[in-house]
Design a protein around this ligand. Structure first.
Ligand code: SAM
Length: 281
């Protein structure tokens, strides 16, 4: 009998992947965690029935959450990842030899342990000596911190369940305070395509705009997320991702990347008309 994984993208659109095996299913105190093996996407895992990471397209998400900020300010030294339990964002960060501190605060230790076992492709650098793991709520972790990070990457689930507070104004204010003067905040911005996601994107972007003088949105192509069209927010007190970007400085790191490149850096901020309109509304 054929086995298919199906998730709801909207009330009238489902997305399905043919699976070879359902290899793990556990309830953590925060969410339901499932791992599957598939022909097309390799091993993938879901939280509460939503695709998080798979072996085939994870490079897109992890390149784009990490390298756009690192290239805008190549002297970033202290980084905080909020969420990111699969380890893919940390893996990309550890490629920068000059980084001094990489903190990751993940609410659900079970996600990390399961990824270490089933998704070593992303969880492979969590033992780098510069990495410190904290298993607690990112909201509480960041509260009260002042000028402790040059970069905060919010690698969260959607704004439902444990991830909800990571899309709130109070949280963005705490991020602002925790960042250095030239600090950068990158956060999950959902998809502009389906109205249920676009609403959330618009809501969180308006909150960030009120707090950070520089607030932009960039896009990338994520085949397994709803509509395949996904966004990150870029916010900073002082740095502009295009005006302050020096391609040569990033190229000097000599990193090979599969998705990010310096032409794409500028290109990903060029948004389709309907997205620009949405952001202005
Ligand atoms: N790339 C993924 C996506 O957008 O589908 C996100 C990957 S990562 C697995 C998301 C992580 O955020 C989850 O492991 C979840 O446990 C964590 N998370 C959710 N809310 C959190 C919170 N308040 N504090 C820290 N981590 C949180």
């Amino acid at each position: 009998m054929e086995l298919w994984y199906t998730e709801k993208h909207t009330d009238t659109v489902d997305f399905s992947i043919k699976v070879k095996k359902h290899i793990y299913s556990e309830e953590s105190p925060f969410q339901t965690i499932d791992f599957f093996e598939s022909e097309e996407f390799g091993t993938f895992f879901t939280l509460d029935g939503l695709m998080m990471v798979n072996e085939k397209d994870e490079f897109v998400y992890h390149d784009m959450i990490t390298h756009v900020a690192m290239a805008t300010n190549p002297s970033i030294k202290r980084v905080l990842v909020i969420g990111g339990g699969d380890g893919g964002t940390v893996r990309e960060l550890t490629r920068y030899k000059h980084l001094e501190k990489i903190d990751m605060v993940e609410i659900d230790e079970m996600v990390v342990r399961a990824c270490e076992k089933y998704l070593p492709i992303t969880a492979c650098k969590l033992h780098d000596p510069r990495v410190s793991l904290y298993f607690e709520d990112g909201l509480a972790f960041i509260h009260g911190k002042v000028n402790e990070y040059d970069l905060i990457l919010v690698d969260s689930t959607d704004p439902i369940g444990p991830g909800e507070g990571l899309f709130s104004e109070a949280f963005y204010k705490d991020c602002y305070t925790a960042l250095a003067d030239n600090g950068i905040l990158i956060n999950q911005h959902e998809s502009p395509y389906y109205p249920n996601y676009a609403r959330e994107m618009k809501r969180s972007h308006s909150k960030i705009e009120k707090i950070f003088p520089i607030s932009k949105v960039y896009q990338f192509h994520m085949p397994t997320y709803p509509s395949g069209h996904w966004l990150f927010g870029f916010a900073s007190k002082t740095l502009d991702p295009i005006a302050d970007f020096d391609p040569k400085a990033w190229e000097a790191f000599g990193l090979e990347t599969k998705y990010y490149n310096t032409e794409l850096h500028t290109g990903c901020f060029a948004l389709p008309t309907f997205v620009k309109k949405l952001l202005k509304e």
